[in-house]
Design a protein around this ligand. Structure first.
Ligand code: DCB
Length: 328
């Protein structure tokens, strides 16, 4: 009798818990690895990640939480989010170090609870050379890797968009990567690490000619549909097929439907051409950006809720397009 009551209650608890939706419905995530030019699951099957990037966390961090992640996962079919931790512009270096670190921790924990991947983006931009704050970067990534390195969810992006005439792959970016990556690897031996390149992470040909010597490294390539066209797609194609001397894996950790200012009209046709190309080549992509700023690339209209659940009429023109591309 006692036994059957016990069995019954186990069954009831199990049934109840499997009915709960939301963050607790999170499924087990695969550990990712790089095989050739592909991002793969642990069995070696190609995996494509698609999702949304935050805008600068110091202004729009409130759109990044477990509620919006659950909505993005279930409604928008996202399996990755990216937190843009700006170094400048009242960012991590300039002012709000502890506040922004706390926000990033909340984002990573939210992604883990939701069962999606998360890119920890060290968002250099006005500070074009990643070496300027390499000590701060190293300390930050060691801290993140120590806290979260055991979770398969986590992806490190160590420099968003290096830029400036002297900030080349060989002179500045590769040395920076060779400084940061061993520090991460000492704590986290295997999660994916993504590295940018010169000219706002468009110079992947330089990286492909002289790649890094570690496992599970990917190279970001960024584009804005109003500014970057066929020639950059050709470059990506050449990079993943070894035309620059080595096959490298590419991850589009940031792209926008507008021009490279992040503002102006939405280029629908060119955006679709780009996404078809990426999908056909199993290249993961993350759209800029999940915020309600009054600019063309913002996915939400001003006043959108911080909790997700956005009706279609709260999506901007860009947001509606990206929503349909994600669900496709
Ligand atoms: C990248 C940056 C990203 C930037 C977008 C759009 O910059 F990674 O931070 O986002 O692309 O420009 C914009 C926001 C604006 C904000 C501005 C500064 O949308 O609201 O005011 O950041 O925080 C790029 C990308 C490509 C190129 C230039 C830039 N390019 N750039 O090819 O010339 O100069 O910021």
């Amino acid at each position: 009798m006692k036994k059957s009551i016990l069995l019954l209650s186990v069954i009831i608890i199990f049934t109840l818990s499997s009915c709960v939706s939301g963050p607790s419905a999170a499924k087990h995530l695969e550990a990712l690895k790089v095989v050739g030019s592909n991002l793969c699951d642990s069995q070696g099957n190609p995996v494509q990640l698609r999702g949304m990037s935050s805008h600068k966390l110091q202004h729009f961090g409130r759109f990044m939480n477990v509620d919006t992640f659950t909505w993005l996962r279930d409604e928008w079919k996202c399996n990755v989010v990216r937190g843009a931790l700006y170094t400048y512009e009242q960012g991590y270096i300039s002012n709000f170090k502890e506040k922004l670190k706390k926000k990033m921790i909340e984002i990573v924990e939210g992604a883990i609870d939701t069962g999606i991947y998360v890119i920890i983006d060290w968002h250099i931009l006005r500070d074009g050379d990643p070496n300027i704050y390499k000590e701060e970067s190293k300390e930050f990534f060691i801290e993140m890797a120590t806290m979260f390195g055991e979770y398969p969810n986590v992806i490190y992006e160590i420099c968003n968009e290096p830029n400036g005439k002297t900030v080349t792959w060989g002179d500045k970016i590769k040395p920076y990567a060779d400084y940061i990556i061993p520090a991460i690897r000492a704590v986290d031996p295997d999660n994916i690490i993504i590295v940018g390149s010169g000219t706002w992470s468009q110079d992947i040909h330089d990286a492909a000619a002289d790649p890094l010597e570690y496992e599970n490294i990917m190279y970001s390539c960024h584009f804005y549909a109003g500014s970057h066209h066929e020639s950059l797609r050709t470059r990506i194609n050449d990079a993943i097929t070894g035309k620059f001397g080595n096959v490298i894996p590419v991850f589009v950790t940031e792209w926008g439907t507008t021009d490279s200012s992040g503002n102006g009209p939405v280029y629908e046709k060119e955006s679709k051409t780009w996404i078809t190309f990426l999908n056909e080549n199993n290249i993961s992509w993350v759209n800029w950006s999940l915020c309600d700023m009054n600019e063309g690339s913002a996915a939400l209209l001003p006043g959108a809720a911080y909790t997700g659940g956005w009706p279609m009429d709260m999506l901007s023109e860009s947001g509606s397009l990206v929503y349909s591309l994600l669900r496709n």
